[in-house]
Design a protein around this ligand. Structure first.
Ligand SMILES: Cc1ncc(COP(=O)(O)O)c(C=O)c1O
Length: 475
């Protein structure tokens, strides 16, 4: 099975474009418009246009990409250049269609170019791209977010997940009057200086920068602990609690591959932070509206003081949000002394895409059931294929976030993730690509399922997994 060429609309954008409003097509979960592409005869062509464009891209942009992981450095080979996406499919500039399990790194829970979302954006664009002032849909989006996340008494919209976490932590410092931060190793919270930090030689060493350009004077305020290690948190809070403003974590980690919280971990983090008057910040940029409508905090029943959102909340357009307890959020300017601002914050286009996406998710809770079912089928199918072909690989999955780890042991933190066979992952990635499936190009990233995946696409994914593992076992 090879990437499928789509003769449907090879030269057209997948979206209907900004044409006059047409009645939105109703797409139930798992019934992507692109299921038609399945009827197309697969071909095994090289990708000359992708290769030429990537060469050109490197002339103009560092590494030919606008964000590092897109460069395929972890799996080898040259990145593809994509032309369009529709439903569960993404099509490269050479016309090959792939089932997309990257989903723009999480936002596209409804699949590509959902007609209602595209239409909402087009309608908003016709009214003006940005006002730099409050617009009605922005208020609606804030209301929708608060409805989903009862811990968010007040919400501030920003333009990315990075801005959300950076601003939430400034707020935590402004509110508590303390400077130190605790994060967990392998959790990614965007690229602001204080969060690009890893542990030193000891697990509880104050941090050293993870990137050139981050001053040691900034990084030294961030303590990094192993994920799932509440004892380490207990120790650091016992010794340094009065210096620590906040503990930030991904309640389900997705940035070292998918790692669920161990039994009781989140509860202990909540209890310890409360005991030391340290604010608990859940970074739900990935998990918000994905693990459940109300994110990980709804799924696990643990309530943070502040929450950061991104990805799905913008429905595929640039956005972020942070919010939480009223007494804390009232410290944000213009109500309080913690300054944070943004020219395009709450812009009508991002807000329209986000609001339409959230309304669809709220009105159709069966979407989450559907995602759970296809996730479970993929997991069971992988186990069968792995056994059949004798390849040591296991899937870690929570709802529609998952990772194939090439190991035979459970992975609970970054050190364990690093023991996995990343070369085997690279072969798996390329085998899947050749079979028409686009995965995140790194062992240390989560894959995302979309509601546009239907029965036929799941079968196709399972066939691709089986074929790839069979090939890996032979070589
Ligand atoms: C958990 C988490 N927090 C924050 C971010 C940063 O979001 P953005 O890329 O929108 O700045 C990401 C990005 O992947 C993320 O996964």
């Amino acid at each position: 099975m090879k990437p499928a060429r789509s003769p449907e609309r090879p030269d057209e954008p997948a979206s209907p474009g900004c044409s006059p409003p047409a009645p939105a097509e109703e797409i139930p979960p798992g019934r992507g418009t692109a299921s038609k592409i399945l009827e197309v005869v697969p071909i095994s062509a090289p990708r000359p246009l992708s290769a030429a464009l990537y060469t050109e891209a490197r002339q103009h942009m560092p590494g030919g990409v606008s964000s590092p992981v897109r460069a395929f450095a972890a799996v080898g080979g040259e990145p593809l250049v994509f032309a369009s996406g529709v439903g569960p499919w993404i099509t490269d500039v050479d016309g090959h269609a792939y089932l997309d399990l990257v989903g723009s790194w999480g936002p596209l829970i409804l699949g590509h170019a959902h007609p209602e979302v595209v239409e909402a954006v087009c309608q908003a664009a016709r009214q003006g791209l940005s006002f730099g002032a409050t617009c009605p849909a922005e208020i609606e989006l804030a209301r929708e977010i608060r409805g989903a996340f009862p811990t968010m008494d007040l919400v501030r919209l920003v333009s990315s997940g990075t801005e959300a976490t950076m601003s939430a932590l400034r707020l935590a410092r402004g509110f508590t009057g303390r400077t130190g931060l605790v994060k967990f190793e392998g959790c990614y919270h965007g690229h602001s200086d204080g969060l690009l930090v890893k542990a030193g030689s000891g697990a509880t060493t104050f941090g050293t920068p993870d990137s050139a350009g981050v001053p040691a004077e900034v990084a030294c305020h961030t303590v990094t602990l192993p994920y799932n290690d509440a004892d380490a948190l207990e120790r650091i809070l016992a010794s340094r609690g009065p210096d620590i403003a906040a503990v930030i974590l991904e309640p389900v980690a997705g940035n070292m591959g998918l790692i669920p919280p161990s039994e009781g971990f989140l509860q202990r983090v909540r209890d310890l932070t409360r005991q030391h008057a340290v604010l608990l910040v859940f970074d739900e940029v990935m998990t918000g509206f994905r693990l459940a409508f109300g994110g990980a905090q709804e799924r696990y029943g643990i309530l943070p003081d502040l929450t950061c959102l991104g990805k799905i909340v913008g429905g595929g357009m640039p956005i972020g949000a942070y919010g939480g307890r009223r007494d804390i959020m009232e410290r944000v300017a213009p109500l309080g002394p913690v300054y944070q601002a943004g020219t395009l914050s709450g812009n009508p286009l991002s807000v329209a895409a986000g609001l339409t996406t959230l309304r669809l998710l709220r009105q159709k809770p069966e979407i989450y059931q559907h995602l759970e079912e296809i996730g479970a089928r993929l997991e069971a199918g992988l186990q069968q294929s792995a056994r059949r072909h004798g390849v040591p690989v296991r899937m870690q999955r929570v709802a529609s976030m998952l990772t194939w780890f090439f190991t035979d042991r459970p992975i609970r933190n970054l050190s364990e993730a690093r023991t996995c066979d990343t070369r085997a992952f690279g072969r798996f990635f390329h085998g899947m690509l050749e079979r028409g499936v686009y995965l995140p190009p790194s062992q240390f990233e989560a894959a995302f399922l979309s509601a546009a995946l239907g029965e036929a696409e799941v079968e196709r994914l399972l066939e691709a997994v089986d074929g790839t593992l069979a090939e890996m076992a032979r070589s």
